[in-house]
Design a protein around this ligand. Structure first.
Ligand SMILES: Cc1ncc(COP(=O)(O)O)c(C=O)c1O
Length: 364
C-alpha cells in the first residue's frame, strides 16, 4: 500500500512533501511551470482583474489572448480552449462526428477518450496496444466499403511513457480514404517535436486528417483542454460539442497562467534543451543499471522486474527521493506487472539524477 503523499509546495524537482524537502520524480509538471513566479503572477493578476469566472461563456479578453498565443504557436487558424484536458478528446471527436463512420481504438487508450466514445454513437473496435499490425488487421475485418474510420490513440501513454507508433498507424490506414487519426496528446504537447507541438510534430504528421487534443495542465502549469485546427474544425466544434455552450471554461486566472506558461517556454528555450538532456541522462543511466529502457525523448521513464519495486520506492523515500510505483492494471495503460514510474523534469539537476541512479544501484 503506497504511503499517502502530502504536498506542501508547488510541484517541482525539489519540493516539500510531508514536512521534508525532497527530490520529486512523479506526476507531469515537466517544466515545473506550476510553481513558476511569472505563471503564478499572471494567474493572480487575471483573477484580480476578472474574478473567478465568466459564468459559462468565455467572453473575456484573457481567453482571446490565450487563443492568439496558442494559434501562433501551433500555426493553425484556431485553437479551441475548454475547461479541462480530460474533455478535449470529447470536444475534438464530437466536432468531427460527421466526418467518420467507425472507430478503431488502441486497447490501452486513456479514460478521457473512453468516456467520450459513448457520446458519438458509432461502432467501435479495439486493436492491440500500440500494434500497427493489429490495427491493419482490425481495419480489414471491420471497415466496410466507403466507411471512413477514425483511429484513436494516446500520443504518449501516461503510465508507461510509450510513444504510439503514429507513422506506422498512418501506413496501416493508407488504403482507407478519409481515414482520421485522432490523438490524446496530453503528455506530448509542450514536450515532443522540434518546437514542442507534440507527438504529431515529432512523427512528421502535422497534416490534414491528423488531429490532436491536448491539455495545459502537464507541460504547462495551468488548466484547460486545447484542440488546434482550422476554422472549419472550430466551427464544427462550436456546432456539435455542447460543452462549449453549456459549461464554464477554466477560470480566467488559469487561462492567464496557461498563456504565461507558453510564454515562459517560448522565451526560455533552455527549458526544453535541459529536459532533453535530463531524459537522455536518466534513460542511459537506467540502462547502465541493467534495466531495459527505450531510447525515446519521452520524460516518463518506466522500469520493471529485477527487484521488489515497492521496497525500492520505500528505501528511496527514506533518502528523500520520491518516485511512483504503478500497480499492475492500476491505470488506463498500466502494464500487467508493477512498474516504477519516474517523471523527468527540466529542472532536475544532473547531480540530482546521479543521486537517484546511485541510490538505485545501491538499493536494488
Ligand atoms: C492521457 C491523458 N489524457 C487526459 C488527461 C486529463 O488531463 P487534465 O488533467 O488536464 O484534465 C490525462 C491526465 O492525467 C492524461 O494522462
Amino acid at each position: 500500500m503506497a504511503t499517502p503523499v502530502k504536498m506542501e509546495s508547488p510541484l517541482g524537482a525539489r519540493m516539500m512533501i510531508g514536512g521534508r524537502e525532497v527530490d520529486y520524480y512523479c506526476g507531469t509538471s515537466y517544466f515545473c511551470l506550476h510553481g513558476h513566479p511569472e505563471v503564478i503572477e499572471a494567474a493572480c493578476a487575471a483573477t484580480r482583474q476578472y474574478g473567478m469566472g465568466p459564468g459559462t461563456l468565455a467572453h473575456m479578453q484573457v481567453y482571446a489572448d490565450l487563443q492568439d498565443r496558442l494559434r501562433d504557436w501551433f500555426g493553425t487558424q484556431e485553437v479551441v480552449y475548454m475547461i479541462s484536458g480530460y474533455t478535449s478528446p470529447m470536444v475534438l471527436l464530437q466536432g468531427l462526428r460527421d466526418d467518420f463512420d467507425i472507430i478503431l481504438m488502441d486497447s490501452a487508450i486513456h479514460y478521457s477518450t473512453r468516456d467520450a466514445i459513448p457520446t458519438l454513437g458509432k461502432p467501435i473496435h479495439e486493436f492491440r496496444h500500440a500494434d500497427a499490425g493489429d490495427l491493419a488487421e482490425q481495419l480489414s475485418l471491420h471497415v466496410k466499403a466507403r466507411q471512413r474510420p477514425a483511429v484513436l490513440t494516446d500520443g504518449v501513454f501516461p503510465s508507461s511513457g510509450r510513444l504510439a507508433p503514429l507513422a506506422d498507424f498512418r501506413q496501416a490506414m493508407a488504403a482507407y480514404e478519409g481515414a482520421l487519426l485522432c490523438i490524446d496528446d496530453s503528455h506530448g504537447v509542450g514536450v515532443l517535436g522540434e518546437t514542442g507541438r507534440g507527438s504529431l510534430q515529432h512523427a512528421g504528421l502535422e497534416e490534414a486528417g491528423n488531429f490532436l487534443a491536448g491539455t495545459m495542465s502537464k507541460a504547462f502549469g495551468a488548466l484547460g483542454g486545447i484542440v488546434p485546427g482550422d476554422a472549419a474544425l472550430a466551427e464544427k466544434i462550436a456546432r456539435n460539442a455542447m460543452i462549449m455552450r453549456g459549461a464554464s471554461p477554466a477560470p480566467p486566472g488559469l487561462a492567464a497562467a496557461a498563456a504565461a506558461s507558453l510564454r515562459v517556454l517560448q522565451t526560455m528555450p533552455e527549458k526544453r534543451s535541459n529536459l532533453i538532456r535530463n531524459i537522455k541522462h536518466m534513460r542511459s543511466g537506467l540502462r547502465t543499471l541493467g534495466f531495459k529502457v527505450e531510447d525515446t525523448p519521452v520524460p516518463i521513464v518506466t522500469v520493471k522486474g529485477l527487484t521488489d519495486l515497492e521496497q525500492l520506492r520505500e528505501r528511496l523515500a527514506e533518502r528523500d527521493i520520491i518516485v511512483r510505483v504503478q500497480q499492475a492494471g492500476g491505470y488506463s495503460d498500466a502494464p500487467n506487472v508493477p512498474t516504477l514510474r519516474i517523471a523527468v523534469f527540466s529542472e532536475h539537476s544532473p547531480a540530482q539524477i546521479d543521486r537517484l541512479l546511485q541510490s538505485m544501484a545501491e538499493l536494488f
